[in-house]
Design a protein around this ligand. Structure first.
Ligand code: PLP
Length: 792
């Protein structure tokens, strides 16, 4: 895009003031690097449920941003001379209007994709199959929301032949607005399922809403397998002859194993046919990970693997992510040639060089003959290879150790080998942690907080087993107010990795007070003894007014001051200038138990009384907090100034809650398959007696990995190809055997899910089988199981 700011005001009906300037891109996230990467950005300030990004305007000005779209007046004192402002009532609506205008100027063909699943896969797949040399645009990642769609439309340069956008909805009325922005010439309907069903009366109502996208489209593609959507599209748009992708030949099962992917392939075929493009080759397997993967690399490095597509927009987003993950680490970028940008190589690589410089990359590893030709443009340390194999053979270890490494390669460059080389090796059992699901859960709980209520994220015990640094880094990026760990060591580790936000240590032990002070970790103080010892440590360190968190015992009887001690505590704090009570808190030990609600209410009242007495005695404000996850949902009156979110973040409520998304999947692979006769027995003690001829598979996960021994002998089933396979016989230390007799086509090396968000295979069910709670299972997954983080 390219508009004067005054023109933007006219297009979206806003009030213009200050200096006019040219706007080439839009930024809504103040932490984004895009102001450095993109040219001439306009920062959009919005008031959200829990934050107000108008606070960042001065900061953005100091980073060189000159154009602003705002929802309220900005004090004259906070702006420099050259800035311009467009003031509107609602910034998202204004962006939507601007995007609709920008779309109306576009002369190429616009494709809209909607449906419950498969939107991003189909979009990427189509992009892969487009005719050589055609300039096209596709929305980055899954930018498909009320904000994502306008942002992605505004990234259109204008001279593309084809533009592909996704449209996602979660409630009635939303498609109407997205359709006005995208105005697709062709619409693709993917699958329909229960995703985002909460706000619709039934599936038909959701289908009706989705069909609005095709209101003025001349080409419509759907798949009649997906009912009732298929039937409804065929009837509603009968006059426009919608194309049923089911009529296209199926790709053989040997090429694409998964049935849903084969249907997606038919949709891509139908689309190419409708557009008169050559038939797709399906050369690239669709199994390519659609999401970015973060994992531990060799020599204490972190790897960010984002190799599913490569263009300038996705490179900018990935650099942004590298920036947020790297924190204090040095940064290495491994980049391949970029194809099909629609730019000349001169222009393309000079833009890339600018982005690399501004993203603070310390080391560039370039792969591909074209990038190599432009080596001189890059000022950082660098190394170039013609092909991925050459890099695998000769990579410079200095570019790896301790660094944050972004791998961004076009699919043809097959970065898989490189990723394999750089990954820290461990056995094939991994815990996959879905960071997007965690952000979803965080926002779910934030939406329950009243305005201004702060949040502590509980990351004790390695984030309930989900892993330490990556989760903490994400929470810091999401603007959570505090992190809480159990022991000082956990906090020190986070500081070493560059986490700079406040961290509370719950089990602060006097032996670690010095280390804590040296690392700016804030202790929970629960007794006069711990208060005295900590004050001495502060004196020793030559500090004063060091923040502490005072714990009150309101009934749990674990740690904390009791009511009779409050008066003395007030006096002691007044006489102890070494410390400052940053917060005063207690824990509701039955917030998840409706039968104990009378007790919990009394506990909240006691906490209110005790903490108020303490707060009144202090000459400075103190944050009061007592609610954990269950209390956030069940006792709005217990929110006080801050809440502490634990279990909910990881996807579990006080009872089963479909609005939450479990974040962890424990996966492994089959290492051996055996066909055994009836009468034989499997495992230690011959406990797994076979009553029929049985096919067994051995998987490398045992009780030392956290697979509870009580899950053996048929009490738990893992999933193989989506089907349940019971554990036969006893669980061994490092492995166990499963029954795959009834599952056809299983091979050695196939993936197995031990637990996952899939109903029946989930942690809540496993907890019932084991007569425990999901907390215990999550925190029992052993440290030798490698954690992998997934992110859009
Ligand atoms: C673990 C913990 C929490 C979090 O509880 P959840 O039930 O996981 O939300 C809150 N406060 C304290 C003091 C804790 O130890």
């Amino acid at each position: 895009m390219n508009y004067r700011l005054s023109r933007i005001a006219a297009i979206c009906g806003g009030k213009f003031s200050g200096c006019d300037s040219e706007v080439r891109s839009v930024v809504t996230d103040s932490r984004s690097l895009s102001c450095e990467l993109g040219c001439r950005p306009m920062f959009v300030a919005m008031r959200g449920a829990n934050h107000d990004s108008h606070d960042f305007i001065a900061g953005m000005q100091s980073r060189g941003v000159r154009a602003f779209l705002v929802e309220r007046g900005v004090e004259a004192s906070s702006c420099t001379g050259e800035c311009g402002f467009v003031q509107v009532d609602n910034a998202i609506e204004a962006l939507q209007r601007l995007a609709a205008y920008h779309r109306a100027q576009f002369r190429g063909t616009v494709v809209g994709i909607t449906g419950s699943n498969g939107k991003t896969v189909i979009k990427e797949w189509i992009a892969e199959e487009l005719p050589e040399g055609m300039k096209y645009y596709r929305s980055p990642k899954s930018y498909n929301s009320q904000l994502g769609v306008p942002l992605s439309v505004l990234m259109l340069e204008g001279d593309e032949e084809l533009a592909i956008f996704e449209a996602g909805i979660s409630k009635p009325g939303e498609m109407e607005r997205l359709e006005r922005i995208i105005r697709p010439d062709a619409v693709i309907f993917t699958s329909i399922g229960d995703a985002h069903q909460e706000n619709f009366i039934n599936l038909e109502q959701k289908c009706d809403e989705k069909m609005i996208l095709a209101r003025s489209a001349s080409k419509i593609i759907y798949h009649s397998y997906y009912e009732p959507l298929g039937r409804m599209v065929a009837a509603h748009f009968a006059d426009r002859r919608p194309v049923d992708a089911a009529a296209y030949p199926e790709v053989p099962e040997s090429v694409i194993g998964n049935a849903a992917s084969r249907r997606n392939a038919q949709i891509v075929e139908a689309f190419c046919d409708a557009m008169h493009y050559p038939a797709p080759s399906f050369a690239a397997a669709p199994s390519v990970a659609m999401r970015l993967e973060v994992k531990e690399g060799i020599n204490d490095s972190i790897l960010i693997n984002d190799a599913y597509n490569l263009d300038l927009n996705s490179l900018a987003l990935a650099l942004d992510y590298l920036h947020s993950v790297a924190l204090s680490r040095r940064r290495t970028l491994v980049l391949s040639d970029i194809s099909q940008s629609g730019l000349t190589d001169d222009e393309l690589y000079s833009r890339v060089a600018g982005m690399v410089a501004r993203a603070g990359i310390d080391f560039l590893i370039g792969i591909g003959p074209r990038l190599k030709r432009y080596a001189a443009l890059f000022a950082c340390d660098k190394e170039f290879f013609t092909a991925t194999d050459e890099c695998v053979a000769r990579i410079n270890r200095d570019a790896v150790a301790g660094r944050a490494i972004l791998l961004k390669g076009a699919r043809d460059f097959r970065f898989e080998k490189l990723v394999h080389l750089l990954s820290r090796k461990s056995h094939t059992t991994v815990l996959e942690v879905d960071l997007d699901a965690m952000i979803h859960n965080l926002n779910y709980f934030r939406s329950k907080l009243s305005f201004g209520t702060r949040l502590v994220a509980m990351v004790k015990a390695g984030s309930y087993g989900a892993g330490d640094f990556e989760v903490a880094q994400m929470l810091q990026h999401q603007g959570v107010d505090y992190l809480a760990v159990a022991f000082a060591d956990e906090g020190v580790l986070l500081r070493e990795r560059g986490i700079s936000m406040p961290i509370v240590v719950l089990n602060a032990d006097a032996d670690s007070f010095d280390v804590m002070i040296a690392n700016r970790l804030e202790p929970e103080i629960y007794s006069f003894h711990s208060l005295g010892a900590f004050a001495d440590a502060v004196t020793h360190a030559g500090e004063s007014r060091y923040p502490i968190h005072v714990k009150l015992d309101t009934g749990m009887h674990r740690l904390g001051f009791v009511e009779q001690e409050i008066a003395q505590l007030c006096a002691t704090l007044a006489a102890t200038p070494q410390v400052k009570a940053a917060s005063v808190f207690s824990h509701l030990n039955c917030a998840d138990m409706p039968e104990e609600d009378a007790y919990t209410r009394a506990q909240i009242a006691l906490y209110d009384r005790m903490s108020a007495q303490l707060a009144a005695s202090l000459p400075y404000p103190v944050i009061r907090h007592t609610a954990n996850s269950a209390a956030i949902e069940r006792f709005p009156e217990a929110q006080f100034d801050m809440c502490r979110l634990g279990l909910g973040l990881y996807g579990f409520g006080f009872r089963h809650n479909d609005a939450l998304r479990p974040v962890s999947t424990l996966k492994t692979r089959i290492v051996q398959i055996k066909r055994l006769p009836a009468g034989d027995a499997v495992g230690y003690g011959r406990a797994g007696k076979l009553t029929r001829p049985t096919t067994t598979a051995t998987i490398p996960i045992g009780y030392a990995d956290g697979l509870d021994r009580h899950l053996g002998c048929g009490r738990w089933s893992v999933l193989v190809a989506g089907q349940p396979a019971p554990i036969i016989g006893r669980v061994c230390m490092d492995s166990c055997m499963i029954d795959i007799t009834d599952i056809p086509g299983v091979k050695e090396g196939d993936e197995v899910s031990v637990f996952s968000p899939v109903p029946g295979n989930d942690l809540e069910t496993m907890a019932r089988v084991l007569d425990t709670i999901s907390y215990e299972i999550m925190t029992s997954v052993s440290g030798r199981v490698k954690r992998i983080y997934l992110k859009e």
